[in-house]
Ligand binder design. Structure first.
Ligand code: HEM
Length: 201
């Protein structure tokens, strides 16, 4: 089962993109296709980031092995959709007008937060290979803890841009909060177990 899980999940992760292409061919992307794609790619970046963060708790909570096998792929898909999101903004929204883009980054806090999130996600994607994992050793894990900050920036970015109805960003914030609390809980358990085995030694 686990052998076919990865290719199956790979295809599932491509479904949003396939759906947008399909809607595009049918001319069904709505009155503002650029906004439609920006929102879609932003939503999927955040969903995939949270799914990536869910894998370790699933492994720890249920003892399953498969979540860690698909974690890297989910993280890379989050990066893939984040890159589509960024390029939709840079190309289709701003036509690579770097002056305007620079002003946006400096003057619109939600763009500043999104851009910071993307810049921090970049080294995680670049160091996701087994070779880089080996090369960075213990620092790899430390570096990859940044994913929590990236997800937090993603939620804040979303929160900041919605004008009135904050229900959706609130839901993402709650999910992220649960994932962070689970990690803190296990970190404390590990520290305690370490301390008691030290006392016992
Ligand atoms: C980790 C990085 C990022 C995440 C997780 C993220 C996530 C999101 C989400 C969830 C939305 C709202 C979608 C909706 O309304 O349904 C959004 C919208 C948007 N994002 Fe991002 N984003 C990220 C990075 C960026 C970057 C780097 C830029 C550009 C510099 C950007 C520009 C925008 C714009 C222009 C919108 C639409 C704003 C509007 O409603 O007018 N985002 N993003």
């Amino acid at each position: 089962m686990t052998r076919s899980l990865k290719p199956a999940l790979f295809l599932v992760c491509l479904l949003p993109l396939a759906w947008w292409f399909w809607l595009g061919f049918q001319q069904q992307l709505g009155a503002n296709p650029i906004e439609f794609i920006t929102h879609g790619t932003g939503d999927w970046t955040l969903r995939l980031l949270l799914l990536t963060l869910l894998m370790t708790p699933l492994k720890r909570g249920f003892g399953w092995a498969w979540p860690l096998r698909v974690r890297r792929m989910l993280g890379l898909f989050a990066f893939f959709y984040a890159t589509l999101h960024l390029f939709t903004y840079l190309w289709l929204d701003q036509f690579f007008d770097w002056g305007e883009i620079g002003r946006d980054i400096l003057e619109r806090p939600f763009i500043t937060l999104g851009m910071t999130g993307y810049v921090l996600l970049l080294p995680l994607a670049l160091t996701s290979t087994k070779a880089m994992m080996k090369r960075l050793g213990r620092n790899w894990k430390k570096l990859h803890h940044l994913v929590y900050l990236v997800a937090t920036l993603g939620v804040l970015h979303f929160w900041w841009l919605v004008k009135a109805d904050v229900r959706e960003p609130l839901l993402y914030a709650a999910l992220l909060g649960i994932l962070l609390l689970a990690r803190l809980y296990w970190a404390r358990l590990t520290t305690r177990a370490g301390a008691s085995s030290f006392r016992g030694a």
